[in-house]
Design a protein around this ligand. Structure first.
Ligand code: ATP
Ligand code: MG
Length: 435
């Protein structure tokens, strides 16, 4: 039975095992050949003393190029100087696939390549443990998110990615040719998850894709984003939504801290325990804090990246990496946002910030049909275009709210990655459609 490198230990000394992987390195030392092979868990040293190895097996290593895939059967021998403290003396080696030379990208990381070259050769890039570590962490965080939400009564749904109208207005859409009609890629599942609140399935989540045709070229934006998108009904106000977010984010961070120790070590990353409760900072108070440090943001403007970053520094000085900004002005929020019950210029919308960057946006939504129609008109949109969405509000719609958490943004901030493209296997940006 094939074993991974971490399933073998020095105490397996004398056992016969089968291992397989990519030829990471090949070295010759007098009458010895060393093959270092790499599998998903680490490195394994295959030691071939010419004298004791069948000549046919030894011969195989002669023209063996790096990154070829081989399978080895042999005996484990304790060896302090080898990775993980053991080596394998092979009885047989099978070459499963030969690698061409020269390599377009050396996955042993000995040559520094820039991000573009790495992304162009992503398969090779992904052979490096510091790259796969990111995706193992991503998988752990996502699986924990599912577990947390499942335990909190949410069911996972899948809504259409091909839609006929804009969900939000504002952000740009990618058009798709859909038989005789024009359709678009969804910028979020917003309208569908709200419609679900009228079905009786009153807590739903989706691991969603956001497609956004925004032309930015920043280290924070992608054109195809993954998100955890939730909606829950029978809430009192947006604070019930924020409670779920806090629990979710804490669970995701803690699972990485506890279950991804090795990956964090590879990435040289330390994650402090998240501090709860997350402070709730009103938009107005955020503006006041910014003004105190010489940054004037006029009321009614969204916080620029620079302002967000500055606020992040202020909050960090106060001991907080994770916090909410609440009570945004209604005019800068989408039509489905619930106005504040007392002061209509404010709304029940919030963002959650992580180290000075928005990773979550959410709000209580308007659940009254007539108010919703009015809000759509106020935003210069046409209620007729939202007919099927609106009809869900006519026949019994409970109060509800929800949020979207950008998975790549979360990872960038959690792990201190230098660019959001590092957090996606095959990123889509303004210039990249391949691979
Ligand atoms: P920003 O203002 O930072 O561009 P947004 O307010 O347009 O983001 P929302 O529509 O609120 O984004 O989406 C919810 C979450 O999804 C964001 O908080 C972020 O984590 C993520 N997100 C949205 N757009 C992008 C994008 N283009 N690239 C990466 N993540 C994104
Ligand atoms: Mg937002």
């Amino acid at each position: 039975m094939r074993k991974y490198s971490n399933e073998i230990t020095p105490s397996s000394d004398g056992e016969r095992v089968e291992v397989a992987g990519w030829v990471h390195d090949k070295r010759k030392l007098g009458g010895l050949v060393f093959l270092i092979i790499r599998d998903r868990t680490g490195l394994i040293q295959i030691t071939l003393p010419k004298k004791f190895i069948p000549p046919k097996v030894f011969e195989l290593t002669r023209n063996l190029s790096k990154e070829s895939v081989i399978s080895v059967v042999g005996k484990v021998q304790k060896e302090d100087k080898a990775p993980n403290g053991y080596e394998i003396i092979p009885d047989s080696i099978e070459i499963l696939s030969r690698s061409a030379t020269p390599l377009l990208l050396d996955p042993t990381g000995k040559v520094d390549a820039n991000l573009d070259t790495r992304l162009d050769n992503r398969v090779m890039d992904l052979r490096r443990s510091e790259i796969t570590a990111i995706f193992k962490i991503r998988a752990a965080a996502l699986s924990q998110a599912r577990e947390f939400l499942g335990n909190s009564g949410f069911i996972e749904v899948t809504t259409p990615s091909i839609i006929s109208t804009s969900s939000e207005g504002g952000t740009e859409l990618f058009p798709v040719s859909y038989f005789e009609e024009e359709a678009f890629l969804a910028q979020s599942p917003q309208l569908y998850k709200q419609m679900m609140m009228g079905t009786g399935l009153d807590r739903v989540f989706e691991t969603a894709k956001y497609f956004r045709a925004e032309e930015h070229d920043t280290i924070w934006h992608l054109n195809e984003v993954s998100a955890i998108d939730c909606e829950l009904a029978f809430i009192k106000d947006e604070r019930d939504v924020m409670k779920i977010i806090e629990g979710l984010v804490v669970a995701m961070i803690n699972v990485v801290r506890e279950k991804c120790k090795r990956e964090l070590e590879i990435l040289n990353c330390e994650i402090p325990e998240p501090k709860t409760p997350f402070p709730m900072l009103k938009y107005d108070d955020a503006l006041a804090k910014l003004e105190d440090c010489g940054m004037k943001v006029p009321f009614g403007e969204d916080l620029s990246s620079e302002a967000e970053k500055r606020l992040g520094e202020v909050m960090r000085e106060e001991g907080h990496d994770l916090y909410f900004i609440t009570k945004y002005p209604l005019e800068i929020k989408p039509f489905y946002t619930m106005p504040d019950a007392e002061e209509g210029i404010y709304s029940n919308a919030f963002d959650m910030e992580y180290k000075g960057r928005e990773i979550v946006s959410g709000s209580q939504r308007v659940h009254e049909h007539d108010l919703l129609v009015e809000r759509i008109k106020e935003k210069g949109l046409v209620p007729e275009n939202f007919k099927s969405y609106l009809s869900g509000f006519k026949f019994g719609m409970p109060p509800h709210g929800g949020f979207g958490l950008g998975i790549e943004r979360f990872l960038v901030l959690l792990l201190g990655l230098p660019n959001i493209r590092e957090a996606v296997l095959f990123p889509r940006d303004r210039k990249r459609l391949e691979p």
